[in-house]
Design a protein around this ligand. Structure first.
Ligand SMILES: NC(=O)c1ccc[n+]([C@@H]2O[C@H](COP(=O)([O-])OP(=O)(O)OC[C@H]3O[C@@H](n4cnc5c(N)ncnc54)[C@H](OP(=O)(O)O)[C@@H]3O)[C@@H](O)[C@H]2O)c1
Length: 381
């Protein structure tokens, strides 16, 4: 028996607060705690939670730092699940996932950083299987709508073979300082040699070259979107028979016009160059300080929609739409909290007992049930 079911690590950060809020609002029958590096900020957050949600939200506080292995060990030994929003994960992530595998604690997080994800898969999958620990990174906007949407698209084509899925993403909103820092970290690392994701996660293949084009299925220009999401979906395909290891998955960003497409590609190229140079990266980092994020008004206007077009070798096709609001923060807080609750409460319903898995393969239907209708609109046509 461990003292806690769930510990939210990074609870004082911009995203971590939304995870703590979601757990307090869920009022689930779980023992949970908030964790971070600063006891005073944690105590202030605890007071805010009690003011908003009543005495039951006066949860215990755990102090731990990602650069203090003894504190991480002590934290993971007290809980069944850690939900981490301590990013950039490229800087802070490895010691926590190591401690989780070593001490038998399940793990979910809000990362969207491809290098951290690949490294965690390749370093820890085998040990996590052996120790029956579930590590499920990418439980925020990266990669929940895309991964679950692909799974539901494949299910709508049940019994068919040779599946191809194209996902067309549209999202609005501003990044927090933590997301901005993580994006710059990821761009700075592009092209750096990284271990692959191991033999259980091939990169997947596409039948046609991926180029910007006008896409009649969504009536928009689209550009290839090389985020962590296609890596995650292709890993799901290795573990979810509905998707199948032969799945061809392509991930696209919708842009409104050819001019916006060109501006976007130019902007990303320029940002990548600037992120790789120390002084300009520091200048960019100072534009959005960590700990801060978009206002309530901006978040209230922010939304996302992902359209999936699934095709089978037989010629049958389906269209699935997944949508929601406030992707980066309200949504990510809710999905990371729901993922932690699945591991804490629904573990016996899960397909796998251990490994570095994905939202679809590691959390599956109990996760969909917790999100559908509340945070995820799902339409299958
Ligand atoms: N994929 C998605 O859709 C998505 C959405 C939202 C966020 N994210 C990711 O989530 C991460 C957090 O974003 P954010 O905006 O919440 O960032 P943030 O506001 O800067 O929060 C970072 C948190 O990490 C804590 N922290 C920093 N260094 C630490 C250390 N050495 N030991 C322990 N804790 C430490 C901070 O503690 P203090 O409070 O004491 O400073 C804070 O609680 C980022 O990587 C971001 O990219 C992803």
């Amino acid at each position: 028996m461990r003292e806690f079911d769930v510990v939210v690590f990074g609870a004082t950060g911009f995203t971590g607060r939304f995870v703590a809020e979601a757990l307090a609002a869920a009022a689930a029958p779980v023992r949970w705690a908030i964790a971070g590096r600063d006891p005073e900020r944690l105590a202030a957050l605890r007071r805010e939670l009690v003011d908003a949600h009543g005495a039951a939200a006066g949860v215990p506080v755990v102090v731990a730092r990602s650069d203090d292995p003894a504190s991480l060990r002590a934290m993971v030994c007290r809980t069944k699940v850690v939900a981490s929003t301590v990013g950039p994960f490229e800087q802070h992530g490895d010691p926590l996932v190591d401690a989780c595998v070593e001490h038998g604690c399940d793990y979910v997080d809000s990362t969207g950083e491809p290098a951290f994800w690949r490294r965690t898969v390749s370093r820890l999958h085998a040990a996590a299987v052996e120790r029956q620990v579930l590590l499920v990174p990418c439980c925020g906007f990266d990669s929940v709508p895309h991964d679950l949407g692909a799974l539901l698209t494949a299910r709508a084509l049940e019994g068919e073979r040779g599946l191809e899925i194209d996902a067309f993403v549209r999202a609005t909103g501003d990044p927090s300082g933590g997301t901005w820092a993580s994006l710059l970290e990821a761009l700075a690392g592009m092209g750096r040699p990284e271990p692959g994701a191991g033999p259980t996660s091939p990169r997947g293949r596409t039948r046609t070259p991926m180029r910007p084009h006008f896409e009649p299925a969504v009536g928009q220009w689209v550009v290839p979107l090389p985020t962590v999401d296609p890596l995650v979906v292709r890993r799901s395909a290795q573990f979810c028979p509905e998707l199948g290891p032969e799945l061809r998955y392509r991930h696209w960003l919708q842009t409104r016009t050819l001019g916006k497409t060109a501006a976007l590609l130019g902007g990303v190229a320029a940002l990548t160059v600037l992120a790789k140079i120390g002084p300009t990266r520091r200048w960019l980092l100072a534009r959005k300080p960590q700990g801060q994020g978009p206002s309530a008004e901006v978040r209230a206007r922010s939304k996302f929609e992902v359209v999936f077009i699934g095709r089978a070798a037989s010629g049958r096709s389906v269209r699935v739409r997944v949508a929601g609001r406030d992707p980066g923060y309200g949504f990510t807080g809710a999905t990371v909290a729901a993922a932690a609750l699945v591991l804490a409460c629904d573990r016996e319903r899960l397909r796998y007992r251990g490994g570095v898995l994905t939202p679809a393969s590691g959390l599956g239907d109990p996760f969909i049930e917790r999100l559908r209708g509340r945070w995820l609109e799902i339409d299958v046509a």
